[in-house]
Design a protein around this ligand. Sequence first.
Ligand code: PAF
Length: 288
Amino acid sequence: MTASANANDLAIVRTVADLRRAVADFRKAGRTIGLVPTMGALHEGHVSLVKGALDRGDVPVTSIFVNPTQFGPKEDFSAYPRDEQGDFDKLRDAQCRIVFAPSKDEMYPGEQLTTVTVAGITDGLCGPLRPGHFQGVATVVSKLLLMAMPDRAYFGEKDYQQLQVIKRMVRDLAMPFEIVGMPTVREKDGLAMSSRNRYLSAEERTQALCMYRQLVKVADTVRDGRTSCAEASAAASRALRDGGFDIVEYFTVVDAESLKPLERVTGPARVIAAARLGRTRLIDNLAV
Ligand code: PAF
């Protein structure tokens, strides 16, 4: 397998050894590497991460691995959408050059005794609601980074807490990678793109928009620094329930870096929400 034979080739690699060989070929040609970790079921949000890598001059390397260790026992691991051939086609069109699609045994060979835990910023929001989730994410992302050894890795701001966890992990462990957060890609009406949107019925798809509208409303309301974040968020939670959401897990305004809840906005902040609509769990956030 030669990774750089043709400018439009997408090298499909399944093993860590092949990934490292393919990356080394580009390194020998003086190129920098941009890793885009994904769980597949790719949409325009993922494509924007590949584009982000291209725009910075990196050779885009995408990983596709539905990571079992970040799903809870009652979560949608087995139902999570998988479309490998469709994903490869999208990556070819996006000018990605290497896709790493390992098996579970390749990612986790034999007994695994090591995990990565990021404390503090995982104490709130999705942390307590999805026990073990961020440890699963931090561990698999560490492994992917060490396998690919990129210059930069690209993550969407839609998973804002995940992005902050990864930035903190890289900083605390002095990992030699730059973490690039990319803006959330939205449907024309504002719904954040997500692989899980395909679970939504037509009616739920319409109701789902309520989350984006409330995020915009709360961001606009609390921006002045005088309005109570708790009051604005409570009104938004009520609007979500009235709009058809079954459970509002959280709707809150947090410090953009520490993710600690704010009573008033005094600096960079994020309005952030998670709620369930039928069998679909939606998350989204906006800068204030
Ligand atoms: O955001 C995702 O798709 C996943 O959490 C990630 C970062 C690929 C780790 O499995």
